[in-house]
Design a protein around this ligand. Sequence first.
Ligand code: MN
Length: 199
Amino acid sequence: MSFTLPTLQYDYKALEPYIDAQTMEIHHSKHHQAYTNNLNAAVDNTELAGKSIEEIFSNVSKLAPALRNNGGGFYNHNLYWDVMTPGGPAGPEGKLLESINGSFGSFDLFKEAFTKAAVTRFGSGWAWLVQKGDNLIVTSTPNQDNPLMDVTEIQGAPILTIDVWEHAYYLKYQNRRPEYIEAFFKVINWNEVAKRFKA
Ligand code: MN
C-alpha cells in the first residue's frame, strides 16, 4: 500500500457549526478512504509503485483515468483537511498577506475571487489558491483534477483549496453552495496556508 488515509488533526465535530460532524465523518472515512483505496489499487504492482503523487500528476495525461480521478481525490482531500481548523487565525498575516494584497488588491478582493471561482465551478470540483512564481492565482478545476496535473490549464503550487462537490456540503447546506463557502472562510487554517506559501 503506497498511500494511506491521513488522520485528521481535529475531531469530526470540531468544525461545527460551519461544517457538520456527519458530513466530515462520511467525507473522510468513506469518500477519502475510497479514493485512497482505489489509488492504491491502480498503483500497486505497476511501474508507478513507489512514485510520489506529484510525479504521477506531472504525467497523468498518459496514465489510466483511475490515476487522475483517484490520485486527485487522494491529494485534494489531504490539502482540504489540512487547511481547515477550529478557531484558526482570523486571516493571513505577514508575507502571505502582502502577496495576497499584491496579487488581488486586498484580502476582500481575494475572498471575492475565490468565492466566485468556487460558486461558479459547474458541477463537481475544487477552487484553489495557487502560487506561481511571485504571483498568487485563484482558479478552479473539475472533478478531482488539480493544478499539479499536466492536464490542467492553470498550473502552480496549491496553497489553499475548497471542495465544492455536493458531498462536501449537501447534508447541511443542500443547494446553498455560497453559504458553505462563506462558512469555510470561518475555519481556514491560515497558518497551514502560510506554511505552503514560498515567500
Ligand atoms: Mn470531497
